[in-house]
Ligand binder design. Structure first.
Ligand SMILES: C[S@@+](CC[C@H](N)C(=O)[O-])C[C@H]1O[C@@H](n2cnc3c(N)ncnc32)[C@H](O)[C@@H]1O
Length: 259
């Protein structure tokens, strides 16, 4: 039976690679690495560096592939579905044509595969199509959420209180119900600017774990403009940006009592 290893590689620092992830990397007969096309050069370089540093299996075959481009026309959902189908076709072709019956294919996933990543869903498309049989094993990785909290030296949650992990797009539509703590990822719209609460605090981080890491924290109302300016300047300088942040609003007395 073929095997598919879905390996979490951490969120930017090669040293996020766990011992389990390094061992999994070296169990792979074939590694499928997105290095061309839509994939940002930095993400491709980070994967390449991980292989250079940790891959000790000389027999491992590395296959590069161009990440299919996501269609911008039509609905967001249709665009994502088509995009996933195109990536599923790459995985399937690789399993069928490049990976022997008893061999192992490794996929390197940014951060952890369980967090805002579709690799596991795409793998299920390949399985459901039924044209190639394989077993899947998932290796957890350090997420950008962990990297953010570690760099700021903060705990993600307050005692007994929930945290909502959400996207910039959702936050821009309104504060999430049932929580006073929101961890925001995938924010292309600077949704933190839509939160109107003079008491809210923010812990913001960009390029976490990389040599370009930037951290800002304080009262949201006081530093929102600084974050916007820093974000714009960094984006211009590096040509891309990835940022994540936690916004914490004061809990109501009943929430604190319940906790
Ligand atoms: C498609 S999601 C992938 C998340 C990933 N699976 C994880 O575990 O962190 C991409 C988003 O993760 C966040 N992110 C990932 N790496 C980051 C980093 N090094 N610094 C800041 N944010 C990061 C950003 O919000 C980015 O828009």
């Amino acid at each position: 039976m073929r095997k598919l290893l879905v390996i979490g590689i951490g969120a930017g620092n090669p040293e996020h690679m766990t011992v389990q992830a390094i061992n999994a990397l070296n169990r792979a007969d074939v590694l499928l690495i997105p290095t061309k096309g839509d994939e940002k050069a930095f993400l491709a370089d980070a994967r390449r560096e991980i292989c250079d540093r940790f891959l000790t299996n000389p027999a491992c075959r590395i296959h590069d592939y161009a990440v299919p481009v996501r269609r911008a026309d039509g609905s967001y959902e249709d665009g994502v579905q088509d995009w996933h189908r195109a990536i599923a076709a790459v995985y399937e072709r690789t399993l069928v044509n490049e990976v022997g019956e008893d061999e192992t294919l490794g996929l390197l996933v940014w951060g952890d595969p369980m967090l805002y990543d579709s690799t596991l869903r795409i793998v299920e498309h390949v399985r459901a199509a039924g044209r190639v049989a394989f077993e899947t094993e998932v290796i957890p990785g350090i997420t950008s959420v962990q990297a953010l909290c570690a760099s700021h030296g903060i705990a993600l949650n307050r005692i007994g209180l929930p945290v909502q992990i959400t996207t910039g797009r959702r936050l821009s539509e309104g504060w999430p119900e049932g929580t006073r703590d929101a961890l925001v990822m995938l924010d292309g719209v600077q949704a933190f600017r839509t939160v109107e609460d003079a008491e809210a605090d923010i812990w913001w981080g960009a390029y976490l774990g990389t040599p370009h890491e930037i951290l800002l924290s304080g009262k949201l109302a006081e530093i929102a403009q600084t974050i916007s300016d820093t974000r714009r300047d960094a984006r211009e300088k590096h040509g891309w940006i990835m940022d994540t942040y936690l916004i914490r609003r004061p809990a109501t007395e009943s929430e604190e009592g319940a906790a």
